[in-house]
Design a binder for this molecule. Structure first.
Ligand SMILES: *Cc1c(COP(=O)(O)O)cnc(C)c1O
Length: 459
């Protein structure tokens, strides 16, 4: 029996969730155009759509909310926020934003010029979009092991150092304004990056004189993997590991909706004083005054407290343990998943789950829709519906390497019992997989955002 690490908290406020019956869900799906983004959340029993902004705040964070100082300039919570980020990262200047993507927008609209390259292990969608919107070219340089869904590697999020050197040699450091590392590598399955790899990337950046930034959304989960898997770190504390990780970078962007365990928030942190004025001016233009960004004083306080809680080792053992537990249960039931499981989600390989459904008939989306229909669970497709695109020259459709279904776990929200219900539901569906039918899009448009809006039907 897979092992479950018990919750290092007890529950003192509860939110009722209701099961619907199958007939009701059939009607809801029809209304929603078989797109789970259109389903009212009250009609979802277990919601694994995302781990972003869906976490449960602690009593300590809620208490902090009550201390919100809503003065326009330099409220007391700003100082707590600034201090929390500075002491955690060792970075000097802090720009608060309401989400991670605004930090990306401010960064890239300031430092990026048309035709420049930005390497990363794997760019997250919003990072890629912000680079493209500013005329830049995003490059994904994750190691080959990171692209193989079956291969075990302790740090599948690592950057390929040889490829990074080639990019810098080929294009020259002047055309690479920043190198990014995403910790953990979200688009690559929430896989961690080793301290050794971070250090090696730092060395390359030093040699070429290029700054290095983290996309730091899941820094704490990454630190936990380093402690578990990397030689020399087992006796270090999580805050020590976090501090060392950040000591190698010149800055970071962060969505606090992930490892700061808040429902809204983000920031950018950096050391270069020349960037402070342009960043602040852009911030005032699109978010707000530099001591609150797009946030209320109370939100700043919740982030300051959440950053500390996320580095608690018992919490991280339970958190990463939950993902592994769900993965182990599914694997035991024969369900094809991406291995090893990462820090925040389990990914089902839909091409193996439903090999009888072809790529153009959305095997991942079919699995997502059937999982809701049968069990009231909301997952999300990360495959053909999200990424397939028409090649503008040949007119042919290019498919992503994999068709995945992501089961993302909100932080501190669901119990082991919920996860067992999810595993049983997926396994039951797997046993009946031959009955799953393919799908087609009804209202066709070739937007990269079509997965949010498209209406579909079964074939
Ligand atoms: C969520 C996320 C972002 C964007 O953050 P938002 O708060 O959603 O704007 C950027 N990078 C990664 C890796 C993320 O997971």
């Amino acid at each position: 029996m897979p092992k479950y690490i018990p919750e290092p908290f007890r529950i003192k406020v509860v939110e009722t969730i209701k099961k619907t019956d199958r007939a009701e869900r059939e009607e809801i799906l029809k209304q929603a155009g078989y797109n789970i983004f259109n389903i009212p959340s009250e009609k979802v029993y277990i919601d694994l759509l995302t781990d972003s902004g869906t976490g449960a705040m602690s009593d300590n964070q809620w208490a902090g909310i009550q201390t919100g100082d809503e003065s326009y300039a330099h409220c007391r919570n700003w100082y707590h926020f600034e201090q929390a980020v500075q002491s955690m990262t060792g970075l000097k200047y802090i720009i608060p934003t309401h989400q991670g993507r605004v930090a990306e927008n401010i960064l890239f609209s300031t430092i990026l010029k048309k035709g420049m390259f930005v390497p990363n292990n794997n760019h997250f969608d919003t990072t890629r979009a912000n680079i493209l919107a500013n005329g830049g070219i995003p490059l994904d340089l994750v190691i080959d092991e990171g692209k193989d869904p079956q291969k075990y590697h302790p740090f599948k999020g690592n950057m390929d150092i040889g490829k990074l050197e080639s990019v810098l040699n080929e294009h020259g450091p002047k055309n690479v304004p920043v190198v990014f590392i995403t910790i953990t590598n979200n688009s690559g399955g929430g896989q961690p990056v080793s301290m050794e790899n971070i250090r090696q990337v730092r060395d390359v950046c030093d040699r070429f004189g290029v700054p290095l930034f983290f996309d730091a959304c899941r820094f704490a989960e990454n630190a936990y993997f380093i402690k578990q898997r990397e030689v020399g770190y087992s006796s270090k504390s999580i805050p020590e590991i976090v501090h060392e990780m950040f000591s190698y970078v010149d800055g970071c962007t962060m969505s606090a909706k992930k490892d700061a365990i808040v429902n809204i928030g983000g920031f950018m942190a950096f050391n270069n004083p020349n960037l402070l004025d342009p960043f602040r001016e852009k911030l005032i233009q699109i978010e707000g005054f530099p001591s609150y960004g797009g946030l209320a004083g109370r939100d700043l306080e919740a982030v300051a407290r959440g950053l500390i809680e996320a580095q608690d080792e018992d919490y991280l053992a339970y958190r990463v343990g939950q993902v592994k537990y769900l993965g182990d249960l599914l694997e035991k039931g024969g369900v094809p998943i991406l291995k090893p499981t990462g820090g925040h989600a389990v990914y089902i390989n839909a091409l193996k789950f439903s090999p009888h459904i072809s790529r153009d008939q959305f095997p991942g989306q079919s699995l997502v829709v059937n999982l809701y229909l049968e069990s009231g669970i909301r997952a999300v497709e990360v495959g053909s519906l999200m990424f397939a695109q028409k090649d503008s020259t040949t007119g042919k459709i290019r498919y992503p390497n994999l068709d995945l279904v992501r089961l993302a776990l909100p932080r501190r929200v669901y119990t082991g019992g919920h996860l067992e219900y999810v595993a049983e539901s997926v396994i039951r569906l797997y046993k009946n997989r031959e009955s799953l039918r393919g799908m087609r899009i009804l209202d066709h448009h070739d937007s990269p955002l079509r997965h949010f809006f498209a209406r579909l039907s079964f074939l």
